[in-house]
Ligand binder design. Sequence first.
Ligand code: B12
Length: 226
Amino acid sequence: MPAEQENYQKLKAFALVQGVSLFGVADITSIQDTFSIEPKGSIASLSRGVCVAIRLSDAVLDSLVDRPTLLYKHHYREANELLDTVAFRVANLIEQWGCRAMPIAASQIIDWRRQSSHVSHKKVAVLAGLGWLGRNNLLVTPRYGARIRLVTVLTDLPLKVDEPLQEDCASCRDCLTVCPAGAIHEKQEEFDHQACFEQVRHFAKKENIGYYICGLCVKACKGRDR
Ligand code: B12
């Protein structure tokens, strides 16, 4: 078996036993210039993005009505913690094999004005074939819809790459009316980032949630393959 294939299978098996739900590998050379990691040369050789997703609890999401709850906040934090742990362990394993690997935080904002991070997990996930960008501006997977969270490890380990899916939301419009800010429209490109941001800021401050979260568009997008 070619090394790329064998590494892929070993890494996927390692990730799956730790509770991740989806695994994919992207060729990230086309999006490396969008990453905010300095110095740029430090990641030039890291041409693969290992992307994993964990599914969120249906019971927790189904309990949301019109705002985030303390239950959802805890679940969100636990999901981030598990993702960060898995990314750390995956990166560690790759470095034990003699290659380089950089885990990217599940949820860390490095530029508050632009509301951006080192790497967009959604972009890597699209290229890794995990799903597509939905009307709700989230990564939508065939099996779990948007009811997942993501993390990425950048690496130079020789790995087989997955292909992006040729799918979209088709006629599904389940998310269109649920957004309390009215940020979701017919096309993903029409998503109103500012309205979404104002809404999650309101929840964080006025509803005492303390995090910029909401969850209603995540809840609405259940996935069609289950
Ligand atoms: C900052 C941030 C926010 C900010 C603003 C986000 C923004 N600017 O879009 C705020 C606080 C408002 C926010 C809100 C939410 N967030 Co948020 N957020 C992030 C974070 C930490 C960074 C995002 C970032 O860097 N954005 C910068 C822009 C430029 O990148 P982008 O939005 O990913 O992609 C844009 C373009 O690059 C382009 N694009 C997208 N894909 C591709 C692919 C290719 C090939 C190309 C060329 C371009 C391209 O289109 C996008 C514009 O819409 C990420 C974690 C991460 N590191 O990715 C989580 C993340 C995006 N958030 C997430 C979630 C779930 C939420 C919320 C539902 C809150 C919640 N948890 O309850 C809401 C919903 C927002 C929504 N419907 O879009 C999840 C999404 C999971 C999923 N299924 O997609 C992420 C990935 C966290 C995670 N670890 O899973 N978030």
